[in-house]
Design a protein around this ligand. Structure first.
Ligand SMILES: NC(=O)C1=CN([C@@H]2O[C@H](COP(=O)(O)OP(=O)(O)OC[C@H]3O[C@@H](n4cnc5c(N)ncnc54)[C@H](O)[C@@H]3O)[C@@H](O)[C@H]2O)C=CC1
Ligand SMILES: O=C(O)C(=O)Cc1ccc(O)cc1
Length: 371
């Protein structure tokens, strides 16, 4: 059922091929604009779940469905043949894929003898920088793309119309539309997405034989750095192998840094060793501070206020309501709770100019504020 019909940029209909996490999320997001959304998946189960979620209706081949846009949301290995088939099945449609890698898909399409320049002109790559650790349509959310980057990746032969439709899809999904070529895109995501995934998986794999007593001490440091290690291995094997060329220099750089750290720690009292460690930690500080905040805001532009809450139902809702009633906009929020404790720490982020006001308002309401 469509809960809220609003006019968007696309006219529709739209066909989504691959109704897993990303495809079903895109379909749900576009249905909100009242668009006619068709669905197709190689897995009848994934297709049925997406239909049951209200993401659209099944479109079989040869049904006479005439999409304005086809969104291919299959795993990277099969994206190019599925895009190629869609360009041929729907000769008037713009066809985009939303795979995490762009160069390998474009190279395969360019090498495809069944596609001429006119067909290729209707293809544009796209990449929403939004996802979850879970896969499949059950995890889909219509809001998944809200405020997330939607990278439009045209090739030299993409038509202006195809680029416009690709941008319109991102805008209708509430994303922040930006444009890059395939090489720049793949290099960027190797650093900001694929490398963190590898680092997180390598880190978490070190825990395999960790004693339970050690794991029981885990706090947010370990949780933060291993969150994405829970991602779908089947998908990531494909992403990493499709972008290996861009990832390798980054991993080689990491190996150099690791070798240096190991040498330093072998004799931490040696002349220069402490300075070396200080440099390494400080370079980490500097790199981390370069990550932009919410909506691309400058990094670290918010002030943090910590509040201790009892581990009882309704406490967080009450805190948020009190912040709202104080008339202060919450920019971000995170929770820290360690096993075995009956309190948690909520860190709320607000504009620096509102910090003192928030501390005063919460203290007056008997909240335990940590300065
Ligand atoms: N999971 C994530 O966080 C993100 C994933 N992506 C990209 O989105 C794409 C889809 O990823 P997810 O939705 O996470 O995977 P998923 O595993 O949840 O969904 C993929 C769906 O494609 C279907 N499929 C496989 N081969 C097909 C074929 N030949 N024809 C039709 N359907 C086929 C599968 O049955 C499955 O339902 C991938 O290319 C991935 O790189 C992009 C951004 C984030
Ligand atoms: O969970 C996260 O932090 C992500 O960054 C998810 C994600 C995974 C794969 C992509 O291609 C894009 C985004």
């Amino acid at each position: 059922m469509i809960s809220e019909a609003a006019t968007g940029y696309l006219a529709g209909p739209v066909l989504v091929i691959g109704t897993g996490l990303l495809g079903a999320s895109a379909a749900l997001g576009l249905r909100r604009h009242g668009l006619d959304v068709g669905l197709r998946d190689a897995s009848p189960t994934a297709q049925r779940v997406a239909v049951d979620l209200g993401a659209g209706h099944v479109v079989a081949a040869g049904e006479g469905f005439l999409p304005e846009l086809v969104i291919v949301a299959t795993p990277p290995d099969v994206v190019a043949p599925v895009v190629s088939a869609a360009l041929r099945e729907f000769p008037d449609a713009v066809v985009i894929d939303i795979a995490s890698v762009k160069g390998s898909v474009l190279a395969a399409l360019r090498a495809d003898e069944m596609l001429d320049a006119a067909a290729l002109a209707r293809y544009v790559g796209a990449h929403p920088m939004a996802g979850r650790e879970r896969s499949g349509p059950v995890a889909a959310r219509g809001e998944l793309f809200t405020a997330a980057p939607w990278v439009v990746v045209p090739h030299e032969g993409s038509s202006a119309h195809a680029v416009k439709v690709t941008k319109a899809a991102g805008a209708d999904l509430g994303a922040s539309v930006t444009q890059m070529d395939a090489a720049a895109h793949d290099q960027a995501v190797a650093l900001i997405s694929h490398f963190p995934q590898v680092a997180s998986s390598l880190l978490a794999s070190r825990l395999l034989n960790a004693p339970a007593e050690a794991l029981a001490l885990a706090g947010n440091g370990l949780r933060d750095t291993t969150r994405i290690a829970a991602s779908d291995p089947g998908l990531w094997i494909q992403i990493l192998s499709h972008n290996a060329g861009q990832l390798l220099p980054i991993l080689q750089g990491l190996r150099g840094d690791l070798d240096r750290l190991i040498t330093t720690l072998q004799d931490p009292q040696a002349p220069g060793a402490t300075l070396d460690l200080a440099q390494l930690m400080s370079e980490g500080n500097q790199g981390q501070s370069r990550i932009p905040g919410k909506h691309g805001a400058p990094p670290q532009s918010f002030a943090t206020v910590g509040v201790i809450v009892d581990d009882r139902p309704g406490q967080i809702a009450r805190l948020l309501a009190d912040i709202g009633e104080a008339g202060i906009n919450l920019e971000d929020l995170r929770m820290e709770h360690s096993a075995g404790y009956e309190v948690g720490l909520i860190e709320v982020q607000v504009l620096p100019g509102r910090r003192d006001e928030l501390v005063a308002a919460l203290t007056a309401l008997d909240w335990k504020v940590v300065q």
